[in-house]
Design a protein around this ligand. Structure first.
Ligand code: ADE
Length: 242
């Protein structure tokens, strides 16, 4: 998988990708991340990439030409072009998985300032938001996409880590514990110390149901539940109401 990130702040991107799991994924050639400085693609003097908006109004708007110049330089017939913007489709695990499995090259354009000339949209395949809030720029959003896709690429992290993680089958992850067994009287559930694999699996499945019910009940509406799962959740509800 290759990412091309078009940005006004290359150092912000460099800093994140030179640490931890993404750094290792690059070293292992699982992923290639190319950082492109948008200022190198303007035809205007003084590296100008933005200007006032027609019709008046506050803030500077990214111009269409530098963005399209940069896209056209790096785009191939295998590229997907994504623009980060608060107006985009909200990013989620399903999209991450889809692009991790089906894409070879993703170009991400980081929006900035008061937005971008509307005509940019004619050159992008997808406008993506990472949530209903406004960031100062698209760099964090582009890193969210790169990070969430890269960790799903085969061989980047242990494959089993994906199996039960949050949002897999519309459930949150199960609760986990490590040393010490007893912290100020709060003890690790006994079953986890029992070495009984079937019971541990059962505990973990119920823990996923319980966490989802307590923290993200909306996810359960999208989930086909077995009879036993429904009974477990009903008991939980009844206990909560008592
Ligand atoms: N740029 C500014 N806010 C954003 C958001 N929420 N998602 C993606 N890009 C953005």
């Amino acid at each position: 998988m290759k990412f091309t990130i078009i940005t006004l702040f290359p150092n912000l991107i460099k800093s994140y990708i030179s640490e931890s799991i993404i750094k290792r994924a690059i070293e292992k050639n699982k992923v290639d991340i190319e950082i492109v400085d948008l200022r190198n693609y303007t035809n205007y003097s003084h590296n100008q990439v933005d200007d006032y908006q027609f019709g008046g109004g506050k803030g500077m708007v990214l111009m269409v030409e530098p963005i399209v110049n940069a896209i056209e330089k790096y785009k191939t017939n295998e590229s997907l072009v994504i623009l980060t913007s608060p107006q985009g489709k909200t990013w989620n695990q399903k999209l991450s998985k889809n692009y991790a499995n089906n894409c070879k090259h993703i170009i991400i354009i980081c929006g900035h300032y008061e937005g971008f000339d509307e005509r940019v949209l004619d050159y992008v395949d997808l406008e993506v938001s990472i949530g209903d809030y406004v960031l100062t720029g698209g760099e964090l959003a582009s890193l969210v996409l790169v990070d969430s896709i890269t960790r799903l690429i085969d061989g980047v992290i242990q494959n089993e880590s994906h199996l039960n993680e949050s949002f897999e089958n519309n459930l949150l992850d199960y609760s986990v514990y490590t040393k010490p067994v007893d912290f100020r009287g709060k003890v690790v559930p006994e079953v986890l110390l029992s070495g009984h694999h079937a019971n541990i699996e059962k505990f973990r499945h119920e823990s996923r149901l319980k966490n989802t019910y307590l923290k993200r009940p909306d996810l359960l509406n999208e989930q086909e539940l077995s009879k036993t799962d429904k009974e477990f959740l009903n008991n939980l509800k009844n206990r909560k109401e008592e």
